[in-house]
Design a protein around this ligand. Sequence first.
Ligand code: AMP
Ligand code: MG
Length: 488
Amino acid sequence: MTHPESWLLPPAFAELGPPLCLPWRGAPSPRPHMLFWNEALAAACGASLQEADLGWLCGMELPPHGAAWATAYAGHQFGHFVPVLGDGRALLLGDLRCGGERHELQLKGSGPTPFSRGGDGRAALGPMLREALIGEALHALGIPTTRALAVLGTGATVLREQGPLPGAVLARVASSHVRVGSFEFLAARGDREGLARLCRWTLARHHPQGLAQPVPARALLEHALASQASLIADWLAVGFVHGVMNTDNMALGGQSLDFGPCAFLDTYRAEQVFSSIDHRGRYAYARQPAVAQWNLARLAEALLPLLDPDPERALRWAQATIEGFGEQFERAWLERMGRKLGLARAGPEDGVLITEFLDLLQRGGHDYTLAFRSLLRRIDPATAWPDGLPDPTADASFADWLGRWRARLAKEGCSDEARLDALRSANPLLIPRNHRVEQALQAATEGDLGPFQRLLAAVRRPSELPAEPALLLPPRKHERVLQTFCGT
Ligand code: AMP
Ligand code: MG
């Protein structure tokens, strides 16, 4: 077994120093204990665990290299700017080496920081296990995401609206935790030199080629646009609603981050919102591309002084670049959704076929995941399909559409077998359904981790029949989860 000193390195981000990073440490936990240890991720990052590591993995001791940091950022929350927003409950521990790349290990819920704004700096067990579970689900679906290396119970109680809850700390791994809000933080202070350093740091980590460009900040913005267009298209393709796409929750590394009140669609509804605090549907399913563009415009604003010495020219370039997001997203979306219909090459002319399918789902109140997956059965009726599982596209309302779909498929001249493989890989059979997630977290809060472990095992194999086929089923009426909570 390797000693932690050899797998946890001092974090490269700490080199940036104040005001972005301040040396810090977590608060005491009475009884740290492991609730979830991510063996697969640990193996990929060369991490191993010994009893003595629990103290620093929950933040109350310093990690073996001897220091930890609180990190600062600003952010637009639901459109309103907060110049010092966080991070109010995170502690940066160090870097890991994951397959030739550096990733950060950060704690969430390890106690207050200089940026806590009156919060307790703690986290409840349910939301931390939720983040771990959803991270594994997104990862298994092939979507870039931060992931939990561990979730530890603290043995302490945290007070939330629902009452006292068991406390927990999430130890998560991200390619970096630099967010749009990190740039907004420096821009709001008028710290041009700090911005330039953060820009270089972020490029070095996420897009080193950009450092060689004549204007590195432009390369950074272009890279952010491309990675977000791809990420949001990934989300829409699996019916994912992030729930709280504030600028502080958009990572420059292009990974899904801080998806607190997130949820996957059961029945398809473009304007679906789950988060209890999203009263106006700002972060609804189909609004996510527009919100991403809005957030990227905030990044562009923060970067303005670096884009061109002439403010007018900087602004014109930024506006033209941000406008280009729509087209980039559209291309990524057509590619993802086309693949879900089994098309090897979807073009703009296929947009109608895709939206007609979505309209049929919305009008009939059909299950998003099962509708796409059931297309396999329209090609091969012998496709395994558990008894009692709805088969949306068998409904008569799809007959016309299926005719047009088959005609379009025929143009590509591809064997049924290859088509089935393509459909299978683009359309998961299983997603973490909200009612199952809630049940698992409720049981975990009451001390039973069984349902969480079974759901976790299932979401890690989204294309396979799970040991518990009931996990595939959409919620019955009384099981529907209409609201989710970030639980902060
Ligand atoms: P979120 O919307 O969850 O991304 O949170 C926004 C900001 O509030 C982040 O900087 C969090 O760290 C901070 N925050 C959330 N919950 C707490 C808490 N219990 N104590 C201190 N800060 C918190
Ligand atoms: Mg956040």
